[in-house]
Design a protein around this ligand. Structure first.
Ligand code: SF4
Ligand code: SF4
Length: 351
């Protein structure tokens, strides 16, 4: 869903980078077909998207979770998680993101133990998106000491009625306190976890930002962002199911012959299925299906990404992508990705 950062913590380096990005992308676009794939895919996976659960404890009006089949709303079993750990160790993956498209990672059984196991097989950076509803069950201290390095909190905003209307769940006060206490404790303990707050409510942005809690959030969070429009999730979210105040995205980026950059990383689902696209491929598009982790290593799966890209370039765009409004032109992410691949390569070389 389209979102924009409104935090004022960007330094000069960030501003220069964001200014240069479109200029570099314009130069790269006509040259795309001549850029070697190794520049943006590399020879092995640098990051894994891992759905330790696809269950959620909220039911947001703007999310496709409400349309997902009951059997797909599942936790990953312990035996599957053990297999994933083994595959991560083999592939020497250092970065894991725990929130591909749907599901609340904190409700996965033994969440903190899972973090410890991921670190034990060599993962150095764990990121997730959470609705913060379950934080107190995990324990704020535990979350900051043993939890993820980067947390993106998705929250309607500091207004009880709006929260209940948009996230369709109770416990506003608990969630509000979880968020504020986590930010305060992160500062107090100096744990330096990167915590961002993404506001997604239906009230006007001026109202959302005028909430008294926001002054403290701006001081303590690494980044604050807001959702500008609601994406239609491949046509599933329509205006009639949204509370007044939300704006449904009308325009969609033009899909080009350059395959979407969301295809660069593998996503593993609770049943072991390996998919491409951690964003809008919620129903497991067969065109984006790579295999199952029970039958292949992550290196083998990674080597199959190219086939999907080749098909796209031959004008056989995956079904999910044809109607998707979240297409990301890879020219915009090439430089960052190339640097990421080089950095990970150096780390592995040094081991
Ligand atoms: S919390 Fe996240 S996964 Fe759950 S319904 Fe809301 S947007 Fe979807
Ligand atoms: S176009 Fe949409 S569905 Fe296709 S890879 Fe990109 S985000 Fe995913």
């Amino acid at each position: 869903m389209p979102a924009v950062s409104i935090s004022n913590k960007h330094n000069m380096k960030d501003l220069i980078k964001s200014g240069l990005r479109p200029i570099i992308a314009t130069v790269i676009k006509p040259l795309w077909m001549w850029i070697p794939r190794s520049v943006y895919i590399g020879t092995s996976p640098v990051r894994l998207l891992l759905a330790i659960t696809r269950k959620c404890n909220a039911n947001c009006v703007f999310c496709a979770y409400q349309f997902v089949r009951k059997e797909d709303k599942a936790h990953m079993s312990d035996s599957m998680f053990e297999l994933v750990l083994e595959r991560i160790r083999q592939a020497r993956i250092k970065q894991v993101m725990l929130s591909p498209n749907i599901g609340e990672p904190l409700i996965a059984p033994n969440f903190i133990k899972k973090m410890e196991h991921l670190r034990a097989v060599g993962v150095e950076h764990i990121e997730l998106t959470t609705n913060a509803l379950f934080l107190h069950h995990i324990g704020l201290h535990e979350m900051l000491i043993d939890g993820p390095d980067k947390m993106n909190i998705s929250f309607a905003g500091f207004d009880k009625e709006m929260y209940e209307r948009d996230y369709r769940v109770r416990h506003y006060e608990r969630t509000r306190d979880n968020i504020l206490e986590l930010l305060r404790l992160n500062k107090k303990l100096d744990t330096k976890r990167e915590i961002s707050l993404w506001i997604r409510g239906d009230l006007p942005v001026e109202t959302l930002l005028a909430a008294p809690e926001m002054a403290e959030v701006f001081q303590l969070a690494n980044e604050v962002g807001r959702m500008t429009e609601v994406d239609n999730w491949l046509g599933l979210i329509t205006e009639d199911i949204l509370p007044k105040g939300y704006i449904l995205q009308r325009a969609a980026p033009r899909i080009t012959q350059r395959p979407c950059m969301l295809l660069w990383n593998l996503t593993v689902h609770p049943d072991g299925d390996i998919q491409l696209c951690s964003c809008r491929n919620i129903f497991g598009d067969p065109d984006l299906h790579i295999g199952n982790i029970k039958e292949m290593t992550l290196l083998e799966a990674h080597s199959q990404i190219e086939q999907v890209l080749v098909r796209w370039e031959s004008r056989s765009v995956p079904t999910a992508c044809k109607t998707c409004s979240m297409y990301c032109d890879p020219a915009n992410g090439l430089v960052g990705r190339w640097r990421e691949i080089r950095r990970e390569g150096h780390k592995r070389h040094a081991e």
